[in-house]
Design a binder for this molecule. Structure first.
Ligand code: IMP
Ligand code: MG
Length: 179
């Protein structure tokens, strides 16, 4: 285990098994469709690449990068789009793949944006859900794991752009982000 982690919350095997399970559930829903699978950069990349390899329905891939100032005392209105989609979502069934839902700011705003752009449907798939932290009304349609309010890294998730490449999800030591 990495020295900056307090303990491993989810092992490689747990992640592998659960990702396969949710992908198969999602797949069953899109049998006769051609969904646009949208990964939210950068946190979702590893989850995204494992997830899509379990889909047997035809898919098209796209990515978006957004920044959220949500979760603070000031409610910041609109989502800032740092990289937009290449595809037009009008009439499309969109599957949004995200690493973690925390306050819900990012996904609540993103879902609304995609619907405003004319998406036929928007399905939210998250790997992790910190339910206790929710401030915006949004629930994932598919979720890998409900987790406690701990700061986690690895499997795509970062702290200060580090630790994304850890193959497991670990709880970051407090001293790392409180120093
Ligand atoms: P929300 O908009 O408050 O739901 O925030 C979601 C974003 O916050 C995620 O996409 C992550 O980038 C980040 N985030 C929230 N909790 C964690 C965590 O425990 N580790 C790493 N990133 C996190
Ligand atoms: Mg993120």
């Amino acid at each position: 285990m990495h020295q900056d982690c307090e303990r491993i919350m989810l092992t490689e095997a747990q992640l592998r098994d659960r990702v396969k399970e949710i992908a198969e559930e999602v797949d069953a829903k899109y049998k006769d469709k051609l969904p646009l699978v949208v990964g939210i950069l950068k946190g979702s990349i590893i989850f995204y690449s494992d997830f899509i390899r379990h889909l047997s329905c035809p898919v098209q891939l796209d990515f978006m990068a957004v920044s959220s100032y949500g979760g603070g005392a000031v409610s910041s209105g609109k989502l800032k789009i740092k990289k937009d989609l290449d595809n037009d979502v009008t009439g499309r069934d969109v599957i949004v793949v995200e690493d973690i839902i925390d306050s819900g700011f990012t996904l609540a705003n993103l879902k609304q944006l995609l619907l405003e752009r004319g998406a036929a449907s928007v399905c939210i798939v998250t790997l992790l859900n910190k339910k206790a932290r929710r401030e915006y009304e949004i629930a994932p349609d598919f979720n890998g794991f409900d987790i406690e309010n701990e700061f986690v890294v690895g499997y795509g998730l970062d702290y200060s752009e580090r630790y994304r490449n850890l193959p497991y999800i670990g709880i970051l030591k407090r001293e790392i982000y409180e120093k």
